[in-house]
Design a protein around this ligand. Structure first.
Ligand SMILES: Cc1cc2nc3c(=O)[nH]c(=O)nc-3n(C[C@H](O)[C@H](O)[C@H](O)COP(=O)(O)OP(=O)(O)OC[C@H]3O[C@@H](n4cnc5c(N)ncnc54)[C@H](O)[C@@H]3O)c2cc1C
Length: 359
């Protein structure tokens, strides 16, 4: 796998040693996929473990499911940041390493040999929970080539992944010469459940959002995704994982009485195996059954891929030719007042404003 000019990994074929078996094309998840299923049921879900919930992006479903895997003497595969803030997938049963999987890393994760490790574990009879984007789940199925009753898969609702090279360019610019101690794209500690992150530089925590972070802004504007994300076959209600998890962003409209400040996951139960898992852990969860339509209406990526904006190629080209800082200067204007106003507007006023604007 080699980086293209934008910093995305692509397979490079060495024609002189290729035996032309066609296997790489047959297993490519970008080709039509046949192992998808429509959800059996849909929930707004929240993990009752408040410590794990606070560290999670949404309603903490990942942590609840990781606990389920450990209770079955299983292993968990998911995405962590390594010491250079590169997102990589690892397989482990170590609770401290699993805790590092918490939180969305808004960048493409490098699978770095985790599929063969998973196959070995499965062949040895271990229970494995795999979590990742739907294309990564489908990629795993295609790599394994046969079903395993001890494999449990959870896919994310995903609106696209930026390139690791772009994230490192941003981090170099944002950190100046300070040491990056921590990076969280979703941090509930200051302002609850929302699309706000934090970066810790030389021990000092600074929050960021699409209003004051160029990277977050480009991400939210869909300007920096991998090209194939704009025609993603998995942005639909046909799912690949036993379960699908995401943010239940419109839960306040569906259940207005609910206190959603700590976050609620959208939970799609797609298979019988998924149903059994939720049944087994339901006492650890706060669950409200909703309709699929309600969930889809608040989450565009369950019905269509993110649209390709004109800015997408301009941003990557500018970074390629002039560097990250120049791109930031040209295409990003921080709005420092907006987050302040948003933070200090009460929930009822926000809901009223939303209603008035939608008329
Ligand atoms: C790139 C990306 C785009 C997303 N877009 C949407 C969206 O449009 N709408 C929506 O509702 N939800 C989206 N999500 C999902 C959402 O942000 C949460 O990850 C999800 O709801 C799980 O939250 P949680 O509270 O259960 O647990 P958390 O503890 O927050 O979940 C962490 C889980 O996410 C996985 N993960 C984290 N980063 C990556 C990554 N880069 N690649 C693969 N897996 C990763 C971990 O392995 C773990 O399983 C996206 C996530 C990612 C990573």
């Amino acid at each position: 796998m080699t980086d293209n000019v934008e910093g995305f990994l692509y397979p490079e074929l060495n024609g002189s040693i290729c035996i032309k078996c066609g296997l790489c094309e047959r297993v490519c998840p970008i080709k039509e996929t046949d192992n998808r299923t429509t959800p059996i049921s849909v929930f707004a879900a929240q993990y009752k473990n408040s410590e794990a919930l606070l560290e999670s992006s949404s309603g903490g479903m990942f942590s609840a499911l990781a606990e389920y895997a450990l209770s079955r003497d299983g292993l968990v595969a998911g995405c962590v940041f390594d010491e250079t803030f590169t997102a990589v997938h690892i397989l482990t049963a170590n609770p401290a390493r699993i805790a590092r999987m918490r939180g969305s890393k808004y960048v493409q994760s490098d699978l770095r040999g985790v599929y063969p490790e998973i196959r070995t574990a499965l062949d040895n009879g271990r229970f494995v929970l795999f979590t990742g984007t739907p294309c990564q789940v489908d990629g795993l199925f295609r790599f394994l080539g046969k079903p395993y009753s001890n494999l449990f898969t959870v896919d994310l609702i995903c609106h696209g992944v930026p390139s690791p090279k772009l994230l490192s360019g941003y981090l170099r610019t944002a950190s100046k010469n300070d040491t990056i101690d921590n990076l969280k794209f979703r941090d509930k500690k200051r302002n609850g459940w929302n699309a706000q992150g934090s970066i810790t530089l030389d021990g000092k925590v600074k929050t960021f959002s699409s209003f004051n972070s160029s990277y977050y802004y480009y991400f939210m504007q869909n300007s920096i995704h991998r090209m194939c994300c704009y025609s993603c076959k998995y942005s639909s209600i046909s799912r690949v994982g036993d379960l699908t998890i995401g943010d239940y962003w419109n839960i306040d409209e569906i259940l207005p009485e609910l206190d959603s400040r700590a976050g609620f996951s959208a939970l799609l139960v797609n298979t019988e195996r998924g149903r059994e898992a939720i049944e087994a852990i339901k006492d650890n969860l706060t669950l409200y059954e909703t309709t699929l339509e309600d969930c889809v209406s608040g989450n565009g990526n369950l019905s269509h891929p993110s649209p390709l904006p004109d800015s997408r190629n301009v941003v990557y080209k500018t970074i390629e030719n002039e560097g990250y800082r120049a791109c930031e200067k040209k295409f990003f204007k921080p709005k420092r007042l907006v987050p302040f106003i948003k933070r200090h507007t009460p929930k009822f006023a926000k809901q009223l404003l939303k209603k008035l604007l939608s008329k």
